[in-house]
Design a protein around this ligand. Sequence first.
Ligand SMILES: *Cc1c(COP(=O)(O)O)cnc(C)c1O
Length: 527
Amino acid sequence: MAMYHSTRSQEPALNSKQAIRTGIAPDGGLCVCDDLGTATLDLSELASKSYADIARDVLGTLLTDYSAAEIAACVEEAYGDTFASGEVTPLVELAGELGEDCETCGDAGPATYVLELWHGPTSAFKDVALQMLPRLMARTANDGACSADASSPCGAAANPCAAADEKIMIVTATSGDTGKAALAGFSDAPGTGITVFYPEGKVSRVQELQMSTQEGGNVHVCGIRGNFDDAQSAVKQIFANKELAERLGEQGVRLSSANSINVGRLVPQVAYYFAAYAQLLRAERIQPGDAVEFCVPTGNFGDILAGYYAKRLGLPVAKLIVASDKNNVLCDFLTTGTYDRNRPFFTTTSPSMDILISSNLERMLYYLSDGDCELVAQLMDELAASGSYTLPADLLARIQELFGCGWADEDQVADAIATCWDLNDYLIDPHTACGYHVLGELAPAPDAKARVLLSTANPYKFPRAVADALGLACPEDDFACMEVLSDATGTEAPEQLATLQDKPILHTDVVDVDGMAAHVEAAALAL
Ligand SMILES: *Cc1c(COP(=O)(O)O)cnc(C)c1O
């Protein structure tokens, strides 16, 4: 059975259910499994596989202690009828070239496709994972395998075993989209509550309303005075707070995470890389075995890390390209080998990528250093102490072989939205636009037969930024702005966004960062 342990040590030994229930390793590291890549997916039938078939294959390979029946049930519940596309994540070919200033993409180059990841209930790619995570979480309770090692080496607070009636409080920091997707996934989930913290004033109006109107007897939504990194760091401290965990444990409550630090959030995302490849095969745009390049708008490195997992599972990946916004800490890191978060934080039109501390990078460092926990622990200590670290040169070279990068400032994002519309009649949101810009800047990998841009949000989630980019005069109200955008482009807002303005606001709390733990405790005790 594949066991998970921390990126920073060989402990604890968790099966995949325990890893999902625990969320983050007790030493602050992220759960990783050394078996990644020892079993690969059989690609011979890939072209004929549905999204559900692929999701079952991927989950079954990476989460080995769920039964086939459990996985099939999770996949059916998560993707059966929750996505407004039969493909779940449909692939669209772009009609035009990538842009006038694209010197590298001549006629002979590989074609570019967009993988639309936003057909789920909240119109962002996080639905793919967050429709799945609650189903996986629900099946971690009362795990028989757990009783054998009830005396966890990390103390009672970190004991991954579930007591029969234990409840879970999901605590999540969001830069805008995770919050709503997690709320939608966990709302009224039995035995579970959810608390979401978002940076007040730093998410779009649509994003804020999506959260503040969320229904459900078990949901808590709270603004914080600070930015996303403040919220994420405070949430990590809440998870590391042993006294809090013990107090809650006495009341039968365990804290867990719906952020991409949770392996149950990461693994479902691996499936859509295979689904993109299957669609390219079906459309006869590539031959079996052809390499494909993926460009991924990323902040916390979760989405693109799933692409790395796909490669380890046997998908022919030419290159993985990180696309950042003006908060380009990842691109600087991949270029120089120095990660330095000591820099100004920018609030941009792509708020879900406004991140300076990129959590999932830690998993990438673990795998590309061949599982060097000591090195990872040392780098993460340096990051915590001084805000920066520098990689050994050989490790940087290995990383650069696989990962490319680029970034877009705000003007370039707006240009990309306008150019993509002009050339392709295709509307993209500001996050996807970062990737569109970067693809235009970088030459395709020599062996790439297709370039796939992951589209992470429906453009109507960010109607003002998109309308501004197209030069449309936008009224002050975001919903009127949606209408302007719709009239000008002949596209339509998803119903779940257009109807938000009619919903009552149910959540108005705002706290300081140092009030977050008390907020969680009160919510957990009310479960
Ligand atoms: C969360 C999010 C991202 C970044 O995802 P990572 O997992 O951090 O790579 C990009 N775009 C949108 C719209 C998002 O919601």
